[in-house]
Design a binder for this molecule. Structure first.
Ligand SMILES: Nc1ncnc2c1ncn2[C@@H]1O[C@H](COP(=O)(O)OP(=O)(O)OP(=O)(O)O)[C@@H](O)[C@H]1O
Ligand SMILES: [Mg+2]
Length: 352
């Protein structure tokens, strides 16, 4: 089902947390709501599921305005960070709970629970109690409970936050598999860019109650609308370098390094800009060399991460395969960039 937020506004007391947000979640897609803590992700999710009422605007499921519809009537499955399984009930009873409440027929309940337990791969665990399950298994039970009523929409609020690194990796692909198999429209709230990029069809990135950009993970990574989005996506993160436009060229390090402005629309002379340089784009053998001194080395196994301090004090980052050895701290290097791979921002931080 399509979900539409139309001029959605939310206040807590006199504080307006979200003002006139517009967002459309397409039928069958997984959309990630990504942003830093406190930006309004959970507030948005709670409004979609009906825990919060809108203070302005509308929430539509397909054609239907559900702004005034109670949460229980919205047919939405929700999984929170704390799975909140009922400790005294078995896995079967936990999953069956939403159906038991509706007093569905016992045989029907058994069939539906079996079917959903199969989907989330916990068929053998139905007799256990939550305390006898690992974190990942509990998460699967919570997912099964959210899905057993065949909701039109699945909402996930930081569903992996309580899992350790290995389980998080496993559940990332499991949640995505289940979403793809059921083709349910889903919203994933996360502040983890890797999670957002790896699990979703599109990302909506939020800052202070506002959506800055909605795009596929690749498009957002390659064409961020501003420096905030560029900095939020990518690990290790992008580095920024001050530069100046002169005579259709870009000057860095006070004109020591000059190269043609790599876009058609050139800013006027003496415009200050910032270059965004991703670690995979600052590499040996690239045409425009920007020399510096290695100030930090981190070996990550397959790759090495280097910080390179330039003569003006700015830091560029480079990530390189460790197959050719590790370059030591304090070494002088003359690595470079390819102009067409640079991101370019104006003084306000918007992409040029
Ligand atoms: N019930 C409430 N009463 C008052 N203020 C609230 C309430 N719920 C949220 N807020 C405020 O609204 C803003 C957005 O909160 P929200 O929980 O949506 O953020 P979030 O993006 O989910 O953050 P996190 O990543 O930390 O979970 C915050 O400033 C928060 O303090
Ligand atoms: Mg939250």
């Amino acid at each position: 089902m399509e979900i539409i937020l139309e001029d959605f506004t939310k206040r807590f007391g006199d504080v307006t947390v979200i003002e006139k947000m517009n967002l459309k979640i397409r039928e069958g897609e997984m959309l990630a709501l990504l942003g830093p803590s406190g930006c309004g992700k959970s507030t948005t999710l709670f409004t979609i599921c009906g825990i919060h009422r809108v203070d302005g605007g509308r929430v539509l499921f397909g054609e239907k305005d559900v702004s005034r519809v109670a949460a229980q009537q919205r047919n939405v499955g929700v999984v929170f960070q704390s799975y909140a399984l009922y400790p005294h009930m078995s896995v079967f009873e936990n999953i069956a709970f939403p159906l038991t409440v509706r007093k569905e027929n016992k045989n029907t309940i058994r069939e539906k629970v079996a079917e959903i337990a199969e989907l989330v791969h916990i068929g053998e665990l139905l007799e256990r109690r939550p305390e006898q399950l690992s974190g990942g298994q509990q998460q699967r039970v919570a997912l099964a409970r959210a899905l057993v009523r065949k909701p039109g929409i699945l909402l996930l609020d930081e569903p992996l936050a309580n899992l350790d690194a290995k389980l998080r990796l496993e559940m990332r692909s499991e949640i995505r598999r289940i979403q793809l198999e059921t083709r349910i429209s889903a919203v994933l709230v996360t502040h983890d860019q890797v999670e957002a990029m790896s699990m979703s069809d599109r990302i909506a990135i939020m800052k202070e109650g506002e959506i800055l950009q909605v795009a596929s993970p690749t498009e957002m990574y390659q064409q961020p609308v501003n420096d905030f989005v560029a900095g939020f996506l990518g690990n290790p993160p992008i580095a920024f370098l001050n530069a100046l436009v002169q005579d259709g060229k870009i000057d860095v390090l006070n004109g020591k390094i000059q190269f043609d402005f790599p876009r058609n629309a050139k800013p006027s002379n003496s415009t200050k800009i910032r270059l965004g340089i991703r670690p995979e784009h600052y590499q040996p053998n690239n045409p425009i060399q920007i020399p510096g001194t290695i100030s930090f080395v981190e070996t990550q196994g397959r790759e090495n991460l280097y910080d390179v301090k330039l003569e003006d004090g700015s830091i560029l980052r480079s990530i390189q395969s460790s197959a050719f050895g590790t370059i030591e701290k304090n070494s002088q290097v003359s690595w470079g960039v390819q102009p067409d791979q640079l991101l370019i921002f104006d003084q306000a931080g918007n992409s040029i």
